[in-house]
Design a protein around this ligand. Structure first.
Ligand code: ZN
Ligand code: ZN
Ligand code: FE
Length: 751
């Protein structure tokens, strides 16, 4: 006895080959009926035998196309229409504003096989794609997602491509960027004036890279600067031109086999690297690495990615070793996307340009991830992930949150969704601030958003704060930085119940105007109360102290000791500079009180001799972590003063013990491990005390310091051992890249 069902599917189900997938599935399971797009997803009318319908229905979820994300599937009985076959129905107003836009996706296996198949008509065509892969978010000018509204508009499909595009049974049915050598984009290899050079563009680029030259390569979300990762001279030249002293470069290898020549890649990391989103994954260096030391000096890991466009595959195939693939920009500027823009901005950085004529509408840097405590975590969430929303277990009013200053992202909320932008960058940079405005306008118009209120950081000097207050034209609300961190973690982990919220961070403007960053809160997202914090130390010279860890060390030493003890790291400090800093602390001039955990890391790093001055954010802390001997179990004494309100976590006993170890000649590896162990002990002890007081047994961990794998993993395991439920970031970074989500959620739920 045949029956009829109405199946509604919500999520990312449009523009990802979902209807042809349903069409093929229906035929396989002998289902008749029809499928169409609607304002809120895909609607399927299905008729068939009971058992066939059941297997059809379960296959929808279990076999969905790679780009689809099903957030809801509902089924109800329906009237029988006695369809004779299964149809894909053309619908008016096909893609509504409720549609979720797919992120850009790395090349799929089918396309990859065609790329290297000499018999295929797209053999070695660098822009091969299908409904399961290729550019999406980065080529969309407007919704609906239709070719004329993308940067594929200037390319008219040849008859063969058009036939694929029109055939529901074809893998390229409605694949908007569909193209072939006859009708699609093409490559160009130019000099720094944009003059095309003779010869095959791809082979010329490979030859230049082999010669140690730097080539700007146009990718999916922007330009990379590429050079041979084994060529020390080329790397040092790239560092010199970029003005980038020590910050690690990401590398790309043709496949896992070649990547394993220089990096230790576990099976789990391999899965992450091979995923269609193709993030950069931080993996341990191999002891006998084939790469130049200048790729990631002072680090124990490399950022490694596999090719994600056909062009990358063709480039890397011809290259035995890995290529450094770093964002095409000067320090902290947004990545270049436009050909003319790239030529003017990257002229002094690159020797040659490998470009194409498919425009990038919206830039997106590479996403950076690492597996910590068994899960993949974001250090930077961008290409392959944005603009996929985080689903929040609450009804959110429409809010725009403009994020902090560094690692800025913005976030829009609507319904149960929080749309977090790709990585925007450091807003102190003028171009990044331009991109910030651009992306607010773009997301607002593409998703037809009408925020009621703008949420911003409390820091009055942040450009994002200034934009909110002076330019947004909307009511505003200031959200304290670390409360935003904690709320971000709660929303990210899908729980808004009250927590003990730990924010260990570099810098954030506090309620009292001090620089916070070692904070423990208690409560729900909208009423997070400051329960405990690292005791304040006077930080001489504010921002400058963050660039000069030795100043943090002097600050902590003067809090812990009467007279600053003589230590090896002070020998290289200019005597008058030291005297000035001491004077500033004594007289309390140009100092800022801080409870920052990041600055405590800096202080310890300087005291043990890691470094006195940094060239990129968190460098000293990262190097301190990298050298820790993880087998060491010892720790230092600490004190939590629960008589004060909020409770004070006193760092002095810890600093005194570190100094004692340095003077005894204990190695930096051991001191670093003991320091990490002490922080774990402090935080878990504070949680135990707060649980006793409040009855709350759920802990949320957020803030940039949790990028520290050693600290994060030890603390998670310690808290779980003590029976805490631990909420951690899974979809957005723990660092400032996740702050806009927390701002948005607090503002959307508050009154
Ligand atoms: Zn494909
Ligand atoms: Zn074609
Ligand atoms: Fe922060």
């Amino acid at each position: 006895m045949p029956e009829a069902r109405l199946i509604r599917v919500r999520g990312i189900v449009q523009g990802v080959g979902f209807r042809p997938f349903i069409y093929r599935l229906a035929r396989k399971h002998s289902i008749s009926g029809r499928v169409r797009n609607s304002g809120s997803g895909v609607i399927i009318e299905a008729e068939g035998e009971h058992a066939d319908l059941d297997s059809f229905q379960s296959a929808i979820s279990s076999q969905a196309p790679p780009l689809a994300v099903i957030t809801e599937l509902t089924v109800e009985p329906a009237q029988q229409n006695r369809f004779s076959s299964f149809l894909i129905e053309k619908s008016e107003a096909e893609e509504s504003v409720d549609t979720l836009i797919s992120p850009d996706i790395g090349i799929c296996d089918d396309c990859l096989n065609e790329l290297f198949d000499p018999a295929d008509r797209r053999h070695r065509y660098p822009f091969i794609n299908c409904t399961n892969c290729g550019p999406r978010y980065s080529i969309i000018r407007k919704l609906p997602y239709d070719r004329p509204l993308t940067s594929m508009a200037p390319f008219t499909m040849c008859p063969e491509c058009q036939r694929e595009y029109d055939d529901p049974a074809d893998r390229r049915f409605h694949a908007q960027p569909n193209a072939c050598p006859a009708c699609g984009p093409s490559l160009q290899f130019t000099d720094t004036e944009g003059e095309p050079l003779p010869g095959d563009p791809l082979l010329s680029a490979i030859a230049a890279l082999r010669e140690g030259r730097i080539v700007a390569v146009k990718g999916l979300g922007g330009f990379h600067l590429a050079c041979d990762a084994a060529n020390e001279e080329a790397l040092l030249e790239l560092r010199r031109r970029k003005g980038r002293v020590g910050k690690p470069f990401a590398v790309m290898a043709f496949d896992l086999e070649r990547a394993r020549l220089f990096a230790e890649i576990t099976e789990e990391d391999a899965v992450l690297m091979l995923s269609p989103r193709r993030p950069i994954v931080l993996v341990p260096k191999r002891s006998a690495s084939t790469l130049s030391n200048a790729v990631a000096p002072g680090q124990s890991s490399y950022g490694v990615m596999l090719p994600y466009t056909p062009l990358h595959y063709l480039l890397l195939e011809g290259f035995e070793c890995a290529l450094v693939m770093t964002s095409g920009n000067f320090c902290e500027e947004p990545i270049a996307i436009d050909n003319a823009e790239a030529l003017s901005r990257l002229r002094s950085l690159a020797d040659y340009f490998l470009m194409h004529d498919r425009d990038i509408v919206l830039r997106a840097d590479d996403t950076v991830m690492r597996r910590d405590a068994c899960l993949p975590r974001h250090a930077r969430r961008s290409r392959g992930y944005a603009p996929q929303p985080v689903f929040v277990p609450a009804e959110l009013r429409q809010v725009l949150a403009v994020g902090p200053e560094l690692k800025n992202t913005i976030c829009f909320t609507r319904g149960d969704r929080a749309f977090i932008s790709q990585h925007i960058g450091d807003l102190q940079n003028l171009e990044a601030f331009g991109f910030f405005r651009e992306i607010i306008d773009h997301l607002r118009s593409v998703f037809e958003l009408e925020p009621e209120i703008v949420a911003h950081d409390l820091h009055p000097d942040y450009l994002s704060t200034g934009w909110a207050l002076e330019e947004s034209g909307l009511p505003t609300v200031g959200i304290q930085h670390h409360r935003a961190h904690v709320a971000s973690c709660m929303a990210d982990a899908g729980s808004l119940e009250p927590v003990i919220g730990i924010a260990l961070d570099g810098t954030g403007f506090g309620d009292d105007g001090a620089i916070w960053g070692g904070e423990i809160f208690i409560g729900g997202p909208c009423d997070l109360e400051r329960a405990a914090h690292l005791a304040y130390v006077p930080l001489p010279g504010g921002d400058a102290a963050a660039r000069e860890p030795w100043r943090c060390a002097v600050a902590h030493l003067s809090s812990a000791f009467h007279e600053i003890p003589s230590l090896p790291f002070l020998e290289s400090i200019d005597a008058s500079a030291l005297a000035t800093i001491k004077k500033m602390i004594e007289t309390d001039s140009n100092t800022h009180l801080t409870s920052s955990a990041g600055r405590l890391f800096d202080a310890v790093a300087a005291i043990v001799g890691v470094r006195n001055v940094i060239s990129y954010e968190a460098q000293a802390a990262m190097e301190l972590e990298a050298l820790a001997d993880s087998r060491e179990t010892g720790r230092y004494p600490f004190e939590i003063d629960t008589t004060a309100e909020p409770w004070q976590i006193r760092p002095e006993p810890l600093i005194v013990a570190v100094v004692r170890d340095v003077r005894k000649g204990v190695g930096a590896a051991i001191i670093s491990a003991r320091f990490h162990n002490t922080l774990v002990a402090i935080m878990s002890e504070a949680c135990i005390l707060l649980k006793k007081k409040s009855g709350i047994g759920r802990v949320a961990l957020s803030g940039g310091v949790f990028q520290n794998k050693l600290l994060f993993e030890k603390l998670v395991s310690e808290l779980e051992k003590k029976d805490f439920e631990v909420l951690t970031h899974r979809q957005v970074p723990a660092n400032d890249g996740g702050v806009s989500l927390g701002q948005a959620v607090i503002a959307a739920l508050g009154d």
